[in-house]
Write a protein that binds this ligand. Structure first.
Ligand SMILES: [Fe+2]
Ligand SMILES: [Fe+2]
Length: 329
């Protein structure tokens, strides 16, 4: 794998962030040693190859890991590279997926709802997604914290004595509010900020309050460089894409075939206008009448019982004996 291209700068490996936020050479070197990985969705070979080739100080996976085996097994030979992550909505799809992540030794490197020092860079994380049952901004939260939600649910619907598994990848306003009080250099989220069509303005506010210079998101499976918005550099990391904190593309994102197929189907599908049954009957009758125009309609057959139609209709009361086969000589 030999792919490294800066999306900020013109020269290979030289990231240039616009305006005053351009990092110093030393700072830049530090940023280039931290990789951000878009939704792996069960594929980790590209991450392992990138670690093997570039030896980053740390990687941060931005949710939807859905590993097919334990993270301990996947990252057993990565040397000194540290692995950080935030959960995505699919990481709580099953008990098996949950345990492969949360029961691995990397569970403590979950950045969700906190700020951690990642090799000299303060990184804030907000994993998971907004779900209407809990909180769908800009509406007010239905349940402000996991505790309030569990109280309402009752013990019968809890999972392993706590929050239902699905909502362990749901954003609660209590977590969001607590994170807003911190300070950080970088914000990583699974959901997108408002600049994306399916993004959320409250994440712009979070980035502003944290005072971050860089904001990276995943989940939408689209590689997007938004440039500088509200004083920070924003970037969407596509499906299985990897970039470093300085903005260099390490592994280009893959096209989301499912999304492409959906789009293609939607575009190709002709719009079928259904006729109401009454109109269909009227049109069918008109066509049938046109067919027999000059000869007769079914009604006119009744009126003229002596008339014989092509194809062997006989006069009423006539013997239905074998017809002459005109093709045979
Ligand atoms: Fe997702
Ligand atoms: Fe995803």
């Amino acid at each position: 794998m030999r792919y490294r291209r800066s999306y900020f700068g013109r020269k290979k490996g030289r990231a240039q962030v616009c305006g005053s936020s351009q990092p110093e050479a030393k700072e830049l070197k530090k940023l280039e040693k931290i990789f951000l990985c878009g939704d792996p969705h069960g594929e980790f070979d590209h991450i392992l190859k990138a670690i093997d080739e570039f030896h980053p100080n740390a990687i941060i996976i931005l949710g939807d890991l859905t590993p097919d085996r334990s993270l301990d097994e996947i990252f057993k030979d990565i040397g000194e590279t540290k692995v950080f992550w935030i959960p995505g909505n699919h990481d709580t799809d099953s008990d098996l997926i949950y345990d492969r992540i949360w029961r691995s030794k990397f569970a403590t490197n979950n950045l969700h709802g906190k700020v951690l020092d990642v090799c000299g860079v303060k990184v804030a994380g907000l994993g998971g997604v907004f779900r209407g049952q809990i909180w769908m901004p800009p509406a007010s939260p239905c349940y402000s914290s996991p505790g309030v939600f569990i109280k309402k649910l009752g013990k019968a619907t809890t999972w392993r004595g706590g929050l239902p598994r699905r909502h362990r990848s749901t954003i609660f306003s209590s977590v969001y509010d607590k994170l807003k009080e911190c300070k950080a250099d970088v914000l990583v989220t699974h959901e997108a900020p408002s600049i994306h069509a399916k993004g959320f303005e409250c994440l712009d506010i979070l980035a502003d309050q944290l005072g971050v210079k860089y904001f990276f998101h995943a989940h939408q499976h689209e590689s997007k460089n938004y440039g500088v918005i509200n004083g920070f550099v924003a970037r969407g990391i596509g499906l299985r894409g990897i970039i470093d904190l300085a903005g260099n593309v390490i592994v280009p994102a893959e096209a989301d075939l499912r999304e492409t197929a959906n789009k293609f189907q939607y575009e190709k599908k002709p719009k079928v206008k259904k006729l109401p049954a009454s109109k269909f009957r009227r049109l069918y009758k008109a066509r049938r009448d046109r067919q027999f125009k000059g000869q007769s309609s079914w009604k006119s057959i009744d009126k003229h019982p002596g008339m014989e139609l092509r194809g062997g209709f006989r006069q009423a009361g006539q013997d239905h004996g074998p017809r002459e086969d005109k093709s045979s000589n």
